[in-house]
Design a protein around this ligand. Sequence first.
Ligand SMILES: [Zn+2]
Ligand SMILES: [Zn+2]
Length: 610
Amino acid sequence: MPEADIADEIAEMDIAVDPGDAHAYELARMRHSCAHVMAEAVQELFPEAKFGIGPAIEHGFYYDFELPRSLTPDDLIEIEARMRANQERAEPFRREVVSREEALSIFAGNQYKIELIQGLPADEIITTYQQGHFLDLCRGPHVATTAEVGPFKLQSIAGAYWRGDEQRPMLQRIYGTAWPTQAELDDYLERLEEAQRRDHRRLGRDLDLFSVNEEIGPGLILWHPKGAMVRYLVEQFEQEEQLARGYDLVYTPHIASEKIYKTSGHLETYRENMYSPMSIEEVDYYLKPMNCPAHIMIYKSNVRSYRDLPIRLAELGTVYRYERSGTLHGMLRVRGFTQDDAHIFCTPDQVVDEARGVIDLAIHMAAIFGYDFKTYLATRPEKAIGEDAVWERAMDDLRRAMESRGLSYTIDEGGGAFYGPKIDIKWVDALGREWTGPTIQVDFNLPERFDVNYIADDGERHRVAMIHRTLLGSMERFVGGLVEHYAGAFPVWLAPVQVALIPITDDQIPFSREVERTLASAGLRVELNDQRDRMQAKIRHAQLQKIPYMLVIGKREAAANTVAVRLRTGRDLGAMPVDQFLAMVHPRVVSHSLYLDDVDEAEAIGSRDG
Ligand SMILES: [Zn+2]
Ligand SMILES: [Zn+2]
């Protein structure tokens, strides 16, 4: 959930949406009004409550309260009931302009509102809104009466520091959602439930993929064998693609001396994201927050001629960056992570081709993992280095690269880094959510700072063009995202266990072991369930583990040298010889197919196109 921040404060006083977007504006106005209706109900329950802020947010609203005791889930039910009663009374929202002195006296008992009033500019027109007995400092606007507040639901209780500041009091926050119609509310709650069902933290535990251990430290991921297998397969796939596309693999250390971060400028501009140094023989060393400086040093270890270019250095580079503990989130927001990083050093004339090469690989990756994607071009921000002509040329190169691949893109005006423009590709997952994907970042800064050159055909030293590039971003976030995208049901090539062998009784265990050996020697990851459970329990277990194929082996199958094949979707393919099963599965593994069999594939494509 979002933390209270400056934007929220603004939102409380004035709804933070583009007033030109009429629908979003009306929605935010209604949701903010719902926050007032909730505050009114809370005031009825706790007359001594003190009110913080209560903005509209994406999909809903919240309000922060100081209360005499902790809220319970039962309180939410009671508050909702009182809100409905307030809605039925159709209480009008009454706006009043007050002087600064009046405002300070009205809210005299509430240090939070006093602080907000004192923070307002001198020429600000201060207004209050009242509905029923609830009076709030508020810039509005609001709907006409409480009856115009749409169907709502209170969702959760959270602790929230006043103004998001850990030094200030902790308030209680209630989150809610409100929609124009019941159908929209139901639909939203359903989508939310689906997102929770797919939550990678929950599936990560259920499928035994990863954990975070307080004794190891927050934001540091422990990859369990099954999660590590998924990561290994993703990495192996990507490394092979890179090797086939002319990349060189490199490895660089996890720590580096302060010298390099002085040259790179990281100590100047990035220090708050870096951990404290450790001293080694009186030199300060830092955990690396980025791989770029080390790759530059590899490039610079030799004189490079234009004939050597482009040089593409790729590393699965583990970096460490400070994130506040409140912002850590499963595998998606962590303190140590491994980037699929690469740096391309080329001549200025090669930038278009190199960007195109990365785009091609990105498109291929999207298809393999089953993502749609959206493309953005981030342009020059206000504060930037590099001359206009250099920026224009680089942006033109990136545009040409995208257009040559028929990509349509959105301009992210001023969204580039100070040192160059970039292409951002966002994966769009099965729920339509956007995830950070490939980035292609042109850099005018580091080649200058490190004096990175090549010898051109004129025999002179020229400045190299440098591109930072990731495709998956970080292995942590990418695999976490994959878990949610697939709802834990990985395609067969990525499934940690691909086949569950289910003997019906102990008598079939010897034959099951033979099948296990055959499949394993064909390269499949097989789990033989020789527990004393009933067959139905074994099938259920395999289904919960989302194992793609279940081979049930009874007396009949063992006698006929066959296996009864079931998909995790529940579909039964009947008995077949082991060879036939292998002939069905093996090509799907090799081709990184997203589907378990022909019918599965036809259905998926049918539902996508229909
Ligand atoms: Zn308000
Ligand atoms: Zn870099």
